[in-house]
Design a protein around this ligand. Structure first.
Ligand code: AMP
Length: 215
């Protein structure tokens, strides 16, 4: 079976993680989030994590060579042998070239780039209301509040707000996205693998639209 890699494309707050998790369950492919990989390294206090933190706290991108190496290591693991849903990677043209090579070296291909198109005002609202638990379960004060304030429904752990979800950093992350990542929309459109979906819709509608695109 050819390994199939799906790329979630869109601004911070577009819903890439939420949709990727659902797609991962439906398609039976692992959800690989580069941001989660960095946060995992950070939590474990590795050298890579400490290095990445400098960039993450400022809302900047971690350098390509480090990011590509980290994602490559993850995709080479056995659970990715049929492919993966990539969330937050690629974010630069160099990373997009790298995933093409990596996919073909692993006997697969980038099947689709799934672009979640979201209005900018909504992005800021989604990110600044976002809370998460240390295990990565995500909540939103308005759209998906936990049953008990400040506590994860699933594992009872205390919720926290990501440092880079604070308002000033959010604005900067969106600027970085527009400058460095948005050009990938045209890149995938030219390749004929882009599927653009209206990400302003509710979670379930967006998921249905994505599944229709995947076919
Ligand atoms: P995310 O959880 O996807 O919003 O990522 C959080 C932060 O991790 C970003 O703001 C970057 O600092 C870093 N990061 C995640 N993915 C990448 C990537 N593909 N390239 C560079 N930096 C990344």
């Amino acid at each position: 079976m050819t390994a199939r890699y799906y790329i979630m494309l869109g601004a911070p707050g577009a819903g890439k993680g939420t949709q990727a998790k659902k797609l991962s369950d439906k398609l039976g492919l692992p959800h690989i989030s580069s941001g989660d990989l960095f946060r995992h390294h950070l939590g474990a206090g590795t050298e890579l994590g400490l290095m990445a933190k400098k960039y993450m706290d400022r809302g900047e991108l971690v350098p390509d060579d480090v990011t590509i190496g980290m994602v490559r290591d993850r995709l080479e693991k056995e659970d990715c042998e049929d492919g993966a849903i990539l969330d937050g990677f690629p974010r630069t043209p160099a990373q997009a070239e790298a995933i093409e090579d990596l996919a073909s070296n692993l006997g697969g291909e980038v099947a689709r780039a799934l672009y979640l198109d979201v209005d900018k005002a909504l992005l800021v609202e989604r990110l600044s209301g976002r809370w998460m638990c240390p295990e990565g379960h995500v909540y939103h004060t308005v759209y998906h509040p936990p049953k008990k304030d400040g506590v994860c429904d699933i594992d009872g752990l205390e919720l926290f707000q990501r440092e880079d979800d604070k308002k000033e950093t959010v604005e900067h992350r969106i600027t970085v996205y527009l400058e460095q990542t948005a050009p990938l929309i045209a890149y995938y459109r030219d390749k004929g693998t882009l599927a653009a979906v209206d990400g302003d819709q509710g979670i379930e509608q967006v998921q249905q639209s994505l599944l229709q695109e995947i076919g």
